[in-house]
Design a protein around this ligand. Structure first.
Ligand SMILES: NC(=O)c1ccc[n+]([C@@H]2O[C@H](COP(=O)([O-])OP(=O)(O)OC[C@H]3O[C@@H](n4cnc5c(N)ncnc54)[C@H](OP(=O)(O)O)[C@@H]3O)[C@@H](O)[C@H]2O)c1
Length: 297
């Protein structure tokens, strides 16, 4: 089984249709250990997961650098690296940050990308995302940073994360090239995202949303009605529960691209086993309603 490749928007950046997220590299059982992380990365690459999702702030500003140490230089051109910027965390490694805040100024974006390039030991980022909408965002300032980064070859594509359609449209109005994606949280315990216009916007503009915490960050299994249904349907379909939830996301016509975060090799292999699974619309609605906790109106 090998994961397909998809374009994030027509004629746009190609990535793997399943992405691995690097947020949990310092968590148990990996604990930031290079050999364990390298094993997981190699497993991903062997099965066609070539796209790795980062942010400057992951692991309190440590995950990118750790990933860079794990990355054999020969592997760089076999993968796509996504990273984000725009959040300033209070962290021991940033003692001058007094409170958590957002910064989408030209200077901050340029400085953050330069640091990500050093951390990841590369000279280009495939996809840069603004991590969260900044109430003080000046769309012209972001567009200026993107234009400089593209001209210098430091980024190949640019997009956003956690943006409302109107915020996306504002930024798009100042950027000459299409924004590549909007990375959004979606899973059965977040049903509102299927009704609030987020994915309608993606279909209209024909970009594929990337989906963070597609397995609800592990919380799906704390909800007995939902997990009971997932177990029953997974047994009937002969798949894993994780594979079923990812098939549920893939069933959406906006072409969602899940960013998974498991640190468990067996779970990763089970997910890979089920990448061809397709579910019908009735099963899709059944899972939606179990996540909503009530019947559709
Ligand atoms: N743009 C944003 O604002 C944003 C925000 C958050 C995350 N992200 C990105 O999204 C990526 C994925 O997020 P995520 O890690 O929350 O995704 P996820 O795949 O939904 O969750 C992974 C977590 O769920 C646990 N899990 C999975 N299946 C389970 C099961 N059957 N029973 C119990 N636990 C289970 C995993 O444990 P095991 O490790 O034991 O499998 C792991 O702790 C991140 O790495 C990051 O790149 C982006």
């Amino acid at each position: 089984m090998s994961v397909d490749r998809v374009a994030l928007y027509p004629n746009g950046l190609e990535i793997s249709s399943l992405v691995y997220g690097a947020w949990r590299l310092l968590n148990p059982p990996l604990h930031g250990q290079v050999p364990a992380i390298q094993r997981l990365l190699n497993l991903c690459l062997e099965h066609g997961i070539t796209t790795f999702d980062h942010a400057d702030i992951y692991g309190s500003y440590q995950c990118e650098e750790l990933f860079g140490r794990c990355l054999a230089p020969a592997l760089r051109d076999r993968m796509e690296l996504v990273t984000k910027c725009g959040i300033r965390l209070v962290s021991p490694s940033r003692p001058y940050h007094r409170v958590k805040s957002y910064d989408t100024s030209t200077a901050h974006i340029l400085q953050s990308v330069d640091q990500s390039l050093i951390n990841l030991r590369t000279d280009y980022i495939d996809l840069l995302l603004i991590h969260r909408p900044d109430p003080l965002m000046d769309a012209d300032a972001v567009a200026e940073a993107v234009s400089q980064l593209k001209r210098s070859g430091k980024i190949r594509a640019f997009g956003v994360s956690n943006f409302l359609p109107a915020q996306f449209d504002l930024l798009q109005s100042r950027c000459p090239e299409p924004l590549a994606t909007n990375q959004i949280e979606a899973h059965p315990l977040r049903p509102s995202v299927f009704f609030d216009g987020t994915f309608d916007h993606a279909q209209r503009l024909r970009y594929r949303p990337m989906i963070w915490s597609p397995l609800g960050a592990g919380r799906l299994w704390d909800h007995s009605d939902l997990s009971g249904l997932l177990l029953t349907r997974a047994a009937e379909l002969g798949c894993s529960v994780e594979g079923l939830v990812l098939a549920w996301l893939r069933r959406h016509p906006a072409g969602l691209v899940p960013v998974i975060g498991t640190t468990n090799e067996q779970r990763l292999l089970a997910i890979l086993q089920d990448t061809a699974l397709r579910i019908d619309a009735e099963t899709w609605h059944e899972i939606l309603q179990a996540g909503m906790g009530h019947e559709l109106p």
